[in-house]
Design a protein around this ligand. Structure first.
Ligand SMILES: *Cc1c(COP(=O)(O)O)cnc(C)c1O
Length: 410
């Protein structure tokens, strides 16, 4: 297959030069950071155009991560569901087990070329932390990861991985002690010294230029998948499905198909334990526009505009905001955002494991659960391409402990 770069679709995409996707995005920042973000934006545009950067990123994606990841026809699952044919883009097969390595290699390579000494970030499920610690180890950068205490307890193997890779893990002990507070904490640490440190954000969120940069580094997923799917079937998929936390794996798959009007696109958010405040993280479904972590987006918030507490069984989806481009794509009705609850996700986790021999991440299980529902309402001639954003090894202890009886392993 031809090697794919981020070039092809980039020029047609938003944001505008201030970082807005419609009314969403931008950079709502203290003055000392405004200038630093402008520097990052300028460096980004300059550095990604250099042959040296392009060649190095292509080499790492191919030889280090193992790209292109395959597109796989899940015949057994499709047959069991008895409707449309389900295909998976296998981001779970990447080195480190998820899509996040795609933007981490890009961000750390950029930070290094900018002369930064240290990358700093938040992590939810620990996947971004592990991917960033990996890229930092590879590219000889210091790495500091902020993680909520609740997530540290839940995602123990990833905490150990980060430490083995040489990263410093900072436990976050305030608020709900999950992803939102981890971002707050990492942001504060970054503010101490934005000149020698680089905030390598973990999704298509945060102030401009991060939603754009992370999308550009992730869109290789959709570029590959579009070509692979056509090669396999002679057509484009009828439906795309991906889970949405901040929205990076989703936008990574979707970007290459946004202009294909016949491809229906579904983003899947977690409705957790239910639709009451604090029980879910269904931001696009139930949120209203607001500002969080330096950008405007749909936001789950109280009357005072403060972010609401959120819950999902999948730590990586547990965030009260969402990428500004998703907020925009919802408003223009290019993408439909749906919800899947904790129980449905666990069931999909089990069905996928037992029928395909693939243990999916709990985050990805939300996309699988929705794809199964959707498939059963469609004809066998129709197709669904799901982004399998990561593998579930990180989740097995938690599942066994809390849901062992439900999936019949006790
Ligand atoms: C982090 C994570 C997600 C959610 O993040 P997005 O930015 O919404 O993609 C989804 N799946 C896996 C496996 C993750 O690690």
């Amino acid at each position: 297959m031809e090697t794919i770069t981020a070039e092809r679709t980039k020029t047609k995409q938003l944001p505008d030069e201030k970082g807005y996707f419609g009314e969403y995005g931008g950079a709502y920042l203290p003055p000392q950071l405004v200038e630093e973000m402008q520097k990052i934006t300028e460096s980004y545009y300059r550095i990604i155009e250099t042959e040296e950067f392009k060649t190095e990123l292509i080499r790492l994606n191919r030889d280090y991560t193992g790209r292109p990841s395959p597109v796989y026809h899940a015949k057994s699952l499709s047959q069991k569901v008895g409707g449309a044919q389900i295909y998976f883009k296998r981001e779970d097969l990447n080195h480190t087990g998820a899509h996040k390595i795609n933007h981490c290699l890009g961000e750390v390579l950029l930070a290094k070329k900018m002369g930064k000494k240290k990358v700093i970030a938040e992590t939810g499920a620990g996947q971004h932390g592990v991917a960033l610690a990996t890229a930092a180890a590879l590219l000889d950068m210091q790495c500091e990861i902020h993680m909520g205490e609740v997530d540290i307890a839940k995602e123990h193997p990833n905490v150990i991985r980060m430490k083995i890779l040489g990263a410093k893990v900072v436990p976050v002990t305030f608020g709900l002690k999950t992803l939102k507070e981890a971002v707050d904490s990492a942001f504060m640490a970054y503010m101490q010294d934005p000149v020698t440190q680089f905030y390598a954000i973990g999704s298509v969120v945060g102030p401009h230029p991060f939603p754009m940069m992370v999308r550009d580094f992730q869109q290789i997923v959709g570029e590959e998948a579009r070509a692979q799917f056509q090669q396999k079937t002679g057509k484009l998929p009828d439906h795309l499905v991906a889970c949405v936390g901040g929205g990076s794996n989703a936008i990574g798959l979707f970007t290459a198909f946004l202009e294909d009007k016949n491809v229906q696109i579904h983003g899947v958010e977690p409705s957790g334990k239910g639709f009451k405040d604090g029980e879910h993280a269904a931001t696009l479904t139930l949120g209203k526009p607001g500002v969080i972590h330096g950008f405007m987006c749909y936001l789950l918030q109280n009357e005072n505009g403060e972010p609401s507490p959120v819950h999902s069984i999948a730590s990586g989806l547990d965030y009260p905001g969402v990428g500004p481009q998703h907020s925009y794509l919802k408003d223009i009705e290019r993408i439909r955002y749906e919800t899947i609850n904790d129980t449905e996700a666990i069931e999909a986790f089990s069905i996928m494991s037992k029928n395909e021999g693939i243990i999916p991440a709990l985050e990805s299980s939300h996309a699988i659960a929705f794809a199964i529902k959707l498939a059963s309402s469609l004809e066998p001639s129709e197709t669904i391409l799901v982004n399998l954003s990561g593998r579930g090894d990180k989740d097995i202890d938690f599942i066994a402990e809390s849901y062992g009886d439900m999936i019949g392993i006790d």
